[in-house]
Design a protein around this ligand. Structure first.
Ligand code: GDP
Ligand code: MG
Length: 352
């Protein structure tokens, strides 16, 4: 899963990036790189437990990759995203909008004042505008070529939706329509999370900047974070973190809270594979068919799919081994249309 971090200059994007990933990218700086990139592993107690059972050579957790784009520092620029950023974000599967909600007189907001609700709406508009430009160009082209096909109809609906001030992620699209416009990588179609970045004064208070209501009005998932403190804690040795969190009243790990919200927002779940070579978690959208889940591992397994041998995680752990789970009748043979469930431990039978 690839997540793009967006937001106005100095909203704390790089700070939050460091907080979530434990990276040490330079904060408050005009870097020369296009983007900072880091990967986090998704903690999963089921993987840990299966690793104890199988003692595999390799243990692999699901991963999230974060891309923290370079700031739009052109002086006086009142937008969050420049053309380079817009292009980079096309590769992201989801966006996190870091909204500045901390006061710091030494750090100028590009719009001169701290106003989280304004920023949340402004960035949403930027995404929509960038989509609208692409849509209009494409429609013009299709009309010139006298192509009155399905694509033109879908794009016309998309244009009307954006002209009504709404992001494409709230437009109802049939699977066929979605396939048609997928290639454009519209930014307002990507799932987005609002992340309020608060100063330490906000610790312990409920929604101090009123961002929850804004997120709800925009139909966005949201979380609150004290970016700077979270970053400092993330950079401590691991055994000191819990103590500091408690002392500072920081609550649950920001990474855990982020991941919960992200899985929710994206409708994700995990299935597992377990054997002596490797125990591994795989992330898939809910309601994925067995054959498509196989394709996440390798396209050959999808193509040559015969059967999925499935044992529920709880049954497997209760039985103590796959052999015992099978003896107890907990192993099921499922076909390609079986809808994979969270925590299924799967062995794919295939033929290539
Ligand atoms: N007081 C305070 N300052 C912050 C916080 N988050 C970021 N900053 C400061 O804001 C400036 C910009 O942060 P940075 O992460 O580089 O923002 P970016 O431009 O969005 O990547 C830096 O000087 C940070 O130290 C925060 O939660 N509280
Ligand atoms: Mg930055």
């Amino acid at each position: 899963m690839k997540v793009g971090i967006v937001g106005f200059a100095r909203s704390g994007k790089t700070t939050v990036f460091n907080a979530l990933t434990g990276a040490r990218a330079e904060v408050g700086a005009f870097g020369s790189r296009d983007a900072n990139v880091a990967v986090i592993k998704v903690p999963d107690a089921r993987v840990d437990r299966l690793a104890e059972m199988y003692k595999p050579k390799k243990v692999t957790y699901a991963e999230f990759q974060f891309v923290d784009i370079a700031p739009n520092e052109s002086a006086g620029d009142e937008r969050a995203l420049n053309p380079a950023a817009l292009t980079l974000l096309k590769n992201a599967e989801a966006l996190v909008h870091v909204v500045r909600a901390f006061e710091n007189e030494a750090v100028m907001h590009p719009l001169s004042s701290v106003d989280p609700a304004r920023d949340a709406r402004a960035l949403e508009e930027e995404l929509q505008l960038s989509d609208l430009i692409i849509i209009e160009k494409r429609i013009e082209r299709l009309e010139k070529e006298h192509k009155k096909d399905q694509e033109l109809q879908t794009l016309t609906r998309a244009r009307e939706h954006i002209e009504a001030g709404k992001p494409l992620r709230t437009l109802e699209l049939s699977p066929a329509e979605l396939r048609e416009i997928k290639g454009f990588e519209f930014l307002s179609l990507k799932p987005m999370m609002l992340l309020g970045n608060y100063g330490e004064a906000a610790i312990g208070s409920e929604d101090p900047a009123g961002l929850h209501a804004v997120a709800e009005a925009l139909g966005l998932v949201h979380i609150d974070l004290c970016g700077e403190m979270e970053m400092e804690v993330a950079q401590l040795p691991e055994d000191e973190r819990a103590g500091f969190r408690e002392e500072l009243g920081l609550g649950e790990e920001s990474r855990t809270r982020f991941l919960q919200a992200a899985y929710d927002m994206l409708g994700l779940m995990s299935f597992l594979t377990a054997g002596e070579p490797e125990v591994r978690a795989w992330t898939i959208p809910k309601n994925t068919r067995a054959a498509d889940a196989a394709g996440v591992i390798h396209s050959d397994i999808q193509r040559g799919f015969i059967r999925a041998e499935v044992i529920g995680y709880d049954d497997l752990v209760a039985a103590g081994s796959a052999t015992k789970a099978k003896e107890a009748g907990h192993a099921r043979l499922e076909g390609r249309d079986y809808i994979v469930r969270d925590g299924d431990v799967i062995l794919f039978r295939f033929n290539v």
